[in-house]
Design a protein around this ligand. Structure first.
Ligand code: AMP
Ligand code: MG
Length: 554
């Protein structure tokens, strides 16, 4: 006789508060794997991991390299649920997520791609330390099938590792896991992260590139996305004049992710490119909304799906400054500074258009898409900026609104003001009492005691204009606050907060990471008792490595 399992076993609430129906979830071995990428696309004839130039291929078959003592440091239940995976820890799960075991159905490979780095063609790059384990087919909430690529980052050398080791350090892996999940909960398109495994092996890195390499703990992240294809995935074949491979990859991309652009044998490449541009415009406008700086917007780090991808020396705007870049490698040229992200995205799209050019008869539609891009992002950004102020935008206020926004930007830079704290303070400020409102905003400044009378007067003038503008739309105070709090995050993974969690985790503290992940699950909601996660960056963190500026070393 069989008895139904107790209700508590069928539906349990995970630590994350996510209702996980274990009865619908299976272990890794029982997931449904698909190997279309390696079956349908041209691959490398060799399957060893020796560094080489790989021609005429989209990937190389390569197995992860074993690690000594894997320890599961995080498993994200929402991401497990996406692929119907049972999130309970088992020895098999840890072995697979560490790269120590490959299950039947998985077809591990490293992808071949190239890219423009800092504006210069860099040739072949490829997955130098990422290995796609396999692709899982799962059903989404609507019952539709969705393919998810499971990719280990830091799982050992591949043919694309060049002179590097294929490994990743705990600090960069943890940063990737935390930020991709934070982005998701902020509502920004992103790749996801399923797990973080400590390898128990040291990794040698010269973190500050100053000739002082040191051992650091190693780790492997398992990233999850419908596809990790990038602009550089197409550029590499175009650069080599290999149009057959380029066409095969484009067809595969459309079949897998953009089927609406296929009609029989005909591929609507111009239509597809316009959609990629649109997604990219939305992505960049969203980064501007939440204050995210990617840090390395090379074309190999631009997702064809318009997702935030390849978290490296990224940063979050704390003191508002459009000229800030978190990447020390970029400190002099500041190509990837916060406010330049739309321009760089456009430049990257132009490179992608150039790569697709051999496949189209008429270049004009591609050109037109690139031409339209700047206006498209500007419009999204403008609209987003008004929404951040609780305004919807009206045709008759456009000229004034542009000035209202520009004046605010200049003010925030001038009075070194924390971006997230400012917008929440403004939402909560009563516009009926501008003196009190100004005092509330001063709390968002990094040096409130140093505010000059002229700066106070400028703040006051801006507040008066803002209050008048709010009155134009007749928005009630409670409604303004509700709107603003819904899109201005209170909690973002400020670099110093993540750095503290990295140090705690490295010391053996196993509570810090789950706590941070949990805070970031509800970035717009006040969470009593968690105020310390919503504060301005403390003084000690201003110049400390990892807390503000970061290197690419990872
Ligand atoms: P990124 O700056 O992280 O986008 O990396 C640029 C290129 O360098 C990619 O092809 C990476 O796979 C490769 N790469 C970065 N770090 C490593 C590493 N530790 N081992 C091997 N390849 C790496
Ligand atoms: Mg990259």
């Amino acid at each position: 006789m069989t008895t139904a399992p107790p209700a508590a076993d069928r539906h349990r609430r995970s630590a994350a508060g996510v209702c996980v129906s274990y009865s619908a979830c299976v272990n890794l071995a029982e997931l449904r794997y698909d190997d279309r990428f390696v079956r349908e696309l041209p691959g490398d004839a060799r399957d060893d991991n020796r560094t080489r130039e790989v021609l005429g291929a989209c990937y190389s078959r390569v197995a992860p390299t074993r690690v000594a003592r894997p320890e599961l440091l995080a498993l994200v239940p929402e991401v497990a649920a996406l692929i119907d995976l049972d999130p309970r820890e088992t020895p098999e799960l840890v072995e697979v997520l560490a790269g120590n075991r490959v299950l039947p159905g998985m077809a591990p490979y490293a992808a071949c791609y190239g890219g423009h780095q800092f504006g210069t063609w860099a040739g072949q790059l490829g997955d130098g330390r990422a290995i796609t384990l396999g692709e899982v087919v799962a059903r989404d909430g609507g019952g539709n099938e969705q393919t998810w690529e499971l990719q280990l980052k830091g799982a050992g050398p591949t043919p694309y590792s060049r002179r590097a080791d294929g490994r990743a350090v705990l600090r960069s892996s943890l940063r990737e896991l935390v930020c991709s999940e934070a982005m998701y909960h902020l509502g920004v398109p992103t790749t996801r992260a399923l797990s973080l495994v400590g390898t128990g092996e040291p990794v040698l890195r010269d973190m500050l590139y100053d000739g002082h390499p040191a051992d650091e703990p190693g780790a492997v992240v398992c990233r999850v996305a419908p596809s990790f294809l990038r602009f550089g995935s197409y550029e590499i074949h175009a650069a080599r004049g290999d149009h057959a491979t380029l066409r095969a990859l484009v067809r595969f991309t459309l079949e897998r992710c953009f089927p609406q652009y296929i009609a029989g044998d005909r591929l609507d490449i111009a239509g597809w490119f316009a959609e990629v541009a649109q997604r990219t415009a939305w992505l960049v406008a969203e980064w501007l909304r939440v204050g995210f700086v990617h840090g390395v917007m090379n074309t190999d780090n631009m997702s064809i799906l318009g997702l935030t991808i390849d978290y490296g020396p990224y940063g979050w705007i704390e003191p508002f400054d459009p000229d800030w870049t978190p990447n020390i490698t970029d400190a002099s040229g500041k190509r990837y500074r916060f406010g330049n992200q739309p321009a760089v995205a456009r430049w990257n799209l132009a490179q992608l258009a150039g790569a697709l050019a051999p496949l189209v008869d008429d270049l004009d539609p591609l050109r037109a898409t690139v031409e339209r891009f700047a206006a498209e992002v500007a419009s999204l950004h403008r609209h987003g900026s008004l929404r951040k102020l609780g305004l919807t935008g009206r045709a008759d206020t456009w000229g004034d609104d542009d000035e209202l926004l520009a004046t605010l930007g200049a003010l925030l830079v001038d009075i070194e003001t924390d971006m997230p704290v400012f917008f929440r303070a403004l939402a909560g400020a009563r516009l009926g009492d501008l003196g009190a409102a100004a005092a509330a905003l001063a709390g968002a400044c990094y040096a409130p005691d140093a505010i000059t009378p002229a700066q106070s007067a400028a703040t006051r003038r801006w507040l008066e204009r803002y209050a008048a503008r709010v009155a134009v739309e007749s928005i009630a105070e409670a409604e303004r606050r509700r709107r603003m709090d819904a899109i201005n995050p209170l909690y973002v993974p400020r670099n110093y907060l993540v750095q503290q969690v990295i140090e705690a985790t490295a010391r053996g503290d196993r509570a810090a990471l789950p706590e941070l992940l949990d805070v970031l699950r509800r970035p717009y909601d006040e969470q009593p008792g968690r105020e310390r996660f919503a504060q301005k960056r403390p003084d000690w963190a201003r110049h400390r490595p990892g807390c503000s500026m970061l290197s690419c070393s990872s």
